[in-house]
Design a protein around this ligand. Structure first.
Ligand SMILES: [Fe+2]
Length: 250
């Protein structure tokens, strides 16, 4: 009944976008099967070329045309997914494939794009198809622009400038962020462990009072000891005297 909402003519705007989607999805599958760096690098280069042109015609022509009539939430999410993809593309472009995170970065790019394609094809494109808009005319415009971009190349993205400014810290962002924030973690933890002034003064008072108490205890026990010795001596003396008296009486 509503087949017209999903039908696609390969030459109209929605058909062109879907063809591009299928092409990159095939390339992502090929990367999974690739078993050497040369093959992987070729696939990465092809994906980057496809995505850059696709994102350009989509943003410049398709999004610009449908945005005023489609939910803001859907369009804003699509913009953000393009932004994340462009950042990863920019980082992959400056890598030579030997880096620790090369495969992981491409994998995350493919996951982000597959998710983006699903959202476009299940939500945005059917809504666009339902609009009173000439998708054939829009498609022709997109194809002309695509031809031009293939010949002249795509203008530098803002994300490429951001990555260039990070000066090669894109391989492992988390690891590099850690190194950047705590250049000397050992010194830093030593500083954290250092006792604050107030705690130091309390600790000094406790030690001083403990010393005082110990001295008192020693003195007390020594006095008690002396007294006991004196008492013993006195008792011995008395007992000796008694003993002497008994003997003299005999
Ligand atoms: Fe898109």
């Amino acid at each position: 009944m509503f087949e017209f909402l999903t039908q696609s003519n390969e030459e109209d705007a929605i058909g062109i976008l879907k063809n591009d989607h299928n092409k990159v999805k095939d390339l992502f599958d090929n990367f999974e099967k690739a078993d050497n760096l040369r093959a992987k690098k070729k696939i990465v280069a092809d994906v980057i070329k496809e995505l850059k042109i696709h994102a350009s015609i989509e943003e410049e022509i398709f999004y610009a045309a449908v945005r005023p009539q489609i939910d803001k939430k859907i369009m804003n999410e699509a913009d953000e997914e393009h932004h994340v993809a462009k950042l990863l593309i920019a980082e992959l472009e400056v890598m030579d494939g030997t880096e620790d995170h090369y495969d992981a970065k491409f994998k995350v790019l493919s996951e982000n794009i597959r998710h983006h394609i699903r959202e476009e094809e299940n939500d945005m494109l059917p809504k666009a198809r339902a609009l009173d808009m000439d998708m054939d005319a829009l498609g022709k415009h997109m194809l002309i622009r695509k031809e031009l971009l293939l010949k002249r190349g795509v203008a530098t993205f803002a994300e490429e400038k951001m990555v260039a400014a990070s000066k090669g810290k894109g391989d492992s962002p988390a690891k590099n962020a850690h190194i950047f924030k705590a250049k000397n973690p050992v010194k830093k933890s030593a500083k954290v462990l250092k006792m604050p002034k107030a705690a130091k003064s309390t600790a000094r008072k406790i030690v001083k009072s403990a010393k005082k108490n110990t001295i008192k205890l020693v003195k007390a026990s020594s006095k008690a000891g002396k007294n006991a010795t004196a008492r013993m001596a006195k008792m011995n003396k008395i007992s000796a005297l008694k003993h002497k008296t008994v003997r003299s009486k005999r």
